[in-house]
Design a protein around this ligand. Structure first.
Ligand code: SF4
Length: 179
């Protein structure tokens, strides 16, 4: 099976490749993530996925980084992440269709920090619209020890970066108070 795989980061790509070990798949990875901010962070994640893709012999497609794609579609509050997943999966489905793929999927399925159920629903809807099949591996590996490349400490967008810093700050304040 030739699988077109939206890839969010190097770590999740490795987890999905490991999940596909028993399937006969030829993977083309698609690093479309306009949510990632700032540019330096995008470049670090891109360098990491290039390294991993080369080591694993996976073809990697990298469209231009266009943050306006992300800021143009995200909703507010709880809808922010749904908009972000939808944007990336719909773009991947359209690209897959144009290039003659039958199956597509996403590495987001392997992340413990994302909502797999909603991602599967969005993926299946995007696939249906394009006449594709959204492929979900039978067993998805969500934990894997990996090293040798840059690893991010926040989800990707500027909001998640802010939230991460706030968590750290709040944690430090809490530690101070508890002493
Ligand atoms: S937190 Fe992650 S999934 Fe949600 S909008 Fe930001 S980058 Fe996208």
């Amino acid at each position: 099976m030739k699988l077109f795989l939206h890839a969010c980061c190097a770590d999740c790509l490795l987890k999905i490749l490991a999940s596909l070990e028993d399937e006969k798949t030829e993977v083309t990875a698609y690093f479309y993530n306009p949510n990632i901010h700032p540019r330096a962070e995008y470049q670090s994640r891109l360098a990491a996925i290039k390294k991993v893709a080369e080591e694993k012999g996976v073809r990697l497609v990298v469209p231009d980084w266009q943050p306006k794609d992300y800021f143009g579609v995200i909703g507010s509050g709880g809808k922010r992440c749904e908009g972000c997943w939808k944007l990336r999966l719909e773009k991947a489905a359209v690209y897959a269709k144009e290039r003659g793929f039958e199956y597509f999927s996403t590495t987001l399925l392997s992340s413990q920090y994302q909502n797999r159920k909603i991602i599967e629903k969005i993926g299946a809807e995007a696939a249906k619209r394009c006449g594709l099949i959204f492929f979900v591996p039978k067993k998805i590996i969500t934990e894997l020890k990996t090293k040798g490349f840059y690893k991010q400490f926040f989800c990707g967008c500027v909001y998640s970066l802010k939230e991460r810093f706030e968590e750290k700050y709040v944690d430090k304040e809490k530690i101070k108070k508890d002493k």
